[in-house]
Design a protein around this ligand. Structure first.
Ligand SMILES: Cc1cc2nc3c(=O)[nH]c(=O)nc-3n(C[C@H](O)[C@H](O)[C@H](O)COP(=O)(O)O)c2cc1C
Length: 187
């Protein structure tokens, strides 16, 4: 048996995604926030969530516009993704200062980030305050992928997207495939 010891619950080694979320008000400059407290809530209807602290400028934009785009960055722009999480859109235009390119979404007002290979358009269905953060539950209206990150069958290829995780304050690579859903019951 392993010897178990207790550690700080708020410092749990829980791997999170690392995402760049765009939001804006109609007619105003779009903003970007780095978010790790996020995930998928439901497959049908496809639904995501992001948890955003009330102090963030993005929180205000999300509440007023009720829309957002989740952009998945590749490892090649990890410094840029970090930079989006240490300055506020109240003070700087992150698209301009970081050299990122906004492109129009199909259903929502906030733009896709061209430099991110995957962009997921969401409409806010519910806002739930939970402890320190507000949870923005978003129905996924459309997912865009760069053509060059799809495999021969037209499915997104994880190696080509090259996403990474956030764990214990560090950005960590996602490694090689070590199995697939249900492989343990296959002969
Ligand atoms: C790796 C990383 C993960 C972060 N995750 C979150 C998060 O999940 N929720 C949140 O509210 N802030 C998170 N932040 C902090 C915001 O990204 C940061 O406060 C940002 O400057 C807010 O920008 P804004 O004021 O333009 O909205 C994270 C920052 C970093 C660097």
């Amino acid at each position: 048996m392993n010897k178990k010891v207790t550690t700080n619950p708020s410092d749990s080694p829980f791997p999170s995604p690392l995402l760049l979320v765009t939001a804006n008000l109609k007619g105003s400059e779009p903003n970007i926030i780095t978010v790790a407290l996020a995930g998928i809530l439901s497959a049908n209807p496809p639904t995501a969530y992001i948890a955003v602290h009330p102090d963030r400028y993005s929180n205000q934009l999300l509440k007023e516009s009720m829309e957002y785009v989740i952009n998945i960055p590749s490892q090649s722009i990890v410094r840029t993704a970090d930079a989006c999480g240490v300055v506020s859109g109240r003070d700087v235009n992150k698209f301009k200062t970081l050299g990122l390119t906004p492109i129009s979404a199909s259903y929502v007002n906030p733009p896709l980030i061209d430099e991110c290979p995957v962009n997921i358009e969401c409409k806010v269905k519910e806002i739930i305050n939970y402890g320190s953060h507000d949870i923005f539950v978003g129905e996924i209206l459309m997912t865009h992928c760069n053509e060059d990150v799809l495999n021969a069958n037209g499915r997104p290829d994880v190696n080509k997207i090259d996403p990474y995780a956030f764990i214990l304050g560090e950005y960590r690579k996602i490694g090689k495939s070590i199995g697939f859903y249900g492989f343990s019951s296959k002969k």
